[in-house]
Design a protein around this ligand. Structure first.
Ligand SMILES: O=P(O)(O)O[C@H]1O[C@H](CO)[C@@H](O)[C@H]1O
Ligand SMILES: O=c1cc[nH]c(=O)[nH]1
Length: 237
């Protein structure tokens, strides 16, 4: 039983969707999973296990920011034997040709977080990347579902509210599609402990155009992304 999840052994599936928002976890469980059971309410960070197309899948809230996401990813892998995680998140678009509601898969994640600098003693700029197999399956799944999905690099930022929008402009020049707040940590922790990770995002804000979804849409408006995530994670061997 881990400190922050507190589930009993066997209550969590080997394949887990990881939304930041615990209420999105609840919505996914109630809307998509069969026979979903809530296995944790510790700190209100809800987690559920059920089945999707007959396969056991869990969905676990991971909170906001990389310290929080690192804790959940670490405990899922090391305490519960989780083998693959797919983050199901919202993001702010940097690319001008992305629109609210578009789906993005993060092939790699730049970050302004100090977590990996500390991890490598400031000597290495580690490159957190998606698991290739999960990414390839997600691309095939999105195509089969008829959902356009953009694949590219993103930024995992420590701050939601930034005083340095000029840095976002600079990253956009390098093809960085969008910003969110967890992917780099999830990719790093999964790599460290031999698990597979992918991040799929829905554009909830456009940073350059100042557009934003309502909070209810962020909680319950991401069906396309959730179906890609579920079909991808059950296809994982
Ligand atoms: O919608 P979620 O998955 O929480 O992800 C994004 O939303 C939060 C900020 O509003 C951050 O956690 C960011 O990464
Ligand atoms: O980190 C995030 C997530 C959603 N939207 C943003 O603008 N930033």
């Amino acid at each position: 039983m881990s400190v922050h999840i507190g589930a009993k052994p066997g209550e969590i599936a080997e394949r887990v969707l990881l939304p930041g928002d615990p209420m999105r976890a609840k919505w996914i469980a109630e809307t998509f999973l069969e026979d979903a059971v809530c296995y944790t309410q510790v700190r209100g960070m809800l987690g559920f296990t059920g089945t999707w197309r007959g396969q056991r899948v869990s969905v676990q809230g991971s909170g906001m920011g990389m310290p929080s996401a690192s804790i959940y990813t670490h405990e899922l892998i090391n305490e519960y034997g989780v083998r693959s995680v797919i983050r199901i998140g919202s993001c702010g678009a940097l690319a001008l040709d992305l629109n609210l509601g578009d789906v993005v898969a993060a092939i790699g994640s730049a970050t302004d977080s100090n977590m990996n600098r500390a991890r490598f003693d400031g000597l290495i700029d580690y490159a957190p990347v998606a698991d290739f197999g999960l990414l390839r399956t997600a691309v095939d799944t999105a195509a089969a579902q008829g959902v356009p999905m953009r694949v590219g690099p993103i930024l995992a930022a420590d701050a939601f509210y930034t005083d340095r929008p000029d840095l976002y402009d600079a990253l956009a020049l390098y093809g960085v599609l969008a910003v969110e707040m967890e992917s780099a940590a999830i990719y790093t922790v999964a790599a460290r402990y031999g698990a597979k990770a992918l991040t799929i995002l829905t554009v909830s804000d456009h940073i350059k155009r100042g557009e934003a979804m309502e909070s209810a849409q962020r909680e319950q408006g991401f069906s396309n992304m959730v179906k890609i995530g579920l079909d991808t994670i059950i296809a994982d061997a």
